[in-house]
Write a protein that binds this ligand. Structure first.
Ligand code: FCB
Length: 398
């Protein structure tokens, strides 16, 4: 399909995998705040059994390993591990520990995310991140995850997309929808400060569990692009929505980049998706150069901190578009590596078609999930990307 110039060999130890999150794949996450929102009709569709990965996780790991991936990013669910304040489930911890051990058996390195959007109901009911002891409660949960992460886990992500949490949590809990590419609401400054504090407390708790684990967090790139003359407006727009969270990572072991699309900014703020531009199933502009641009912006802000792409992908029903998008995104990655950016890994979002925060319609998966039987069917893109992972060489078409 693509005429490939000689590719770019990946640096030693480069992580090449796919990502998932607990609430989007496990199913039956009944003790979480999101489940409750879903039951109250705050979103179009409830998560229900999702992809039933709570039971079918060995199949997911087997498939990813067979496809050629060497790394698997997944999240563990606070609501299952601590179903009531201070009450920790040994069974849930053992469940996640089995996933870590099995991934290792299959030759895959697990990257564990501690918090990916969902909170225990009890935590949310006590005021969520606004409760005075929120950070301490989170740190106590992180300390309790020792049986899962103390060995065999080299990378831990404390909080997934804290900037989306700070901007969207107030809106989501009020029953609103996610924006579709015309700009992110302004994050709440108090929530921003609390999330940075929670991250620091989690990093300390993880280091106390094992000083060899490399900790970081993953920030959602806004892909901000200034139209001529709007450079200052763009910088002012981007700082509270992205850069403040990148700056907080300057002491971390790595920073996660999550890039999907762009936001063009004019003198009066974010502009709509350009007329006639191709859109994905989330309504976002199909813009694969977002990855290369996000890598460069992140490196400018964080300085020497190694970068890991923890999410990148496209919601589409046409798998050829997934390959084309990802191919171009990987070109951006290859160019950034060739320019000596310190990039240590690439995780595609998502391993599976998952519950996309309100709907099953936007399919990001490399592997399709049959909704009634939960049968997993790898798409051509899964085989294509798995071959790249196995070859340890990035294609280069430019
Ligand atoms: C990111 C989320 C992930 C998924 C992708 C499409 O914002 O981290 O859970 O929803 O977007």
């Amino acid at each position: 399909m693509f005429a490939c110039a000689p590719g770019l060999p990946l640096p030693d130890g480069f992580l090449f995998g796919a990502s998932t999150s607990a609430h989007q794949t496990e199913g039956g996450n009944t003790n979480s705040d999101w489940w409750q929102l879903e039951q109250h009709g705050a979103v179009a569709e409830p998560s229900g059994d999702a992809a039933d990965s709570y039971h079918r996780w060995p199949v997911d790991i087997d498939l990813l390993a067979e496809l050629g991936f060497t790394d698997y990013r997944f999240s563990i669910e606070w609501a299952r591990i601590e179903p009531a304040p201070g009450c920790f489930s040994r069974a849930a911890l053992a469940h996640y520990r089995r996933i870590v051990e099995y991934a290792r058996e299959r030759g895959m390195r697990p990257m564990v995310t501690l918090h990916h959007f969902t909170l225990p109901r009890w935590f949310a009911e006590r005021g969520g991140w606004s409760a005075p002891d929120a950070v301490d409660r989170f740190a106590r949960y992180v300390a309790a995850t020792a049986p899962v992460i103390a060995t065999d886990v080299e990378h831990v992500c404390t909080i997934n997309e804290p900037n989306m949490v700070a901007a969207l949590l107030p809106r989501v809990t009020a029953g609103g929808e996610r924006p579709t590419g015309t700009g992110l609401p302004l994050p709440d400054p108090g929530l921003t400060r609390t999330l940075v504090e929670a991250h620091r407390a989690a990093v300390a708790a993880v280091r106390a569990i094992s000083p060899t684990i490399r900790t970081g967090w993953s920030v959602a790139s806004q892909g901000c692009q200034a139209v001529p003359g709007a450079e200052e407006v763009t910088a002012a727009y981007r700082h509270p929505r992205e850069d403040v969270f990148l700056e907080a990572a300057r002491q971390d072991d790595w920073i996660g980049v999550q890039a999907y699309t762009r936001t063009r900014i004019g003198p009066a703020g974010p502009l709509p998706v350009p007329e006639g531009a191709e859109r994905t199933l989330t309504g976002w502009e199909c813009y694969p150069d977002a990855l290369g641009e996000a890598l460069r912006h992140t490196a400018e802000v964080v300085g020497e901190v190694p970068i890991i792409v923890t999410e990148n992908g496209i919601a589409t029903a046409d798998d050829r578009s997934r390959i084309a998008y990802t191919h171009r995104a990987l070109d951006g990655l290859a160019e950034a590596l060739a320019d000596d950016l310190d990039i240590r890994g690439y995780f595609h979002w998502s391993a599976l078609d998952t519950y996309e925060w309100g709907s099953f319609r936007p399919t990001f998966g490399l592997i399709a999930v049959e909704p009634e039987t939960f049968l997993r069917v790898p798409k051509p893109s899964a085989r294509w990307l798995g071959r790249i992972a196995r070859s340890r060489t990035l294609p280069s078409a430019r």
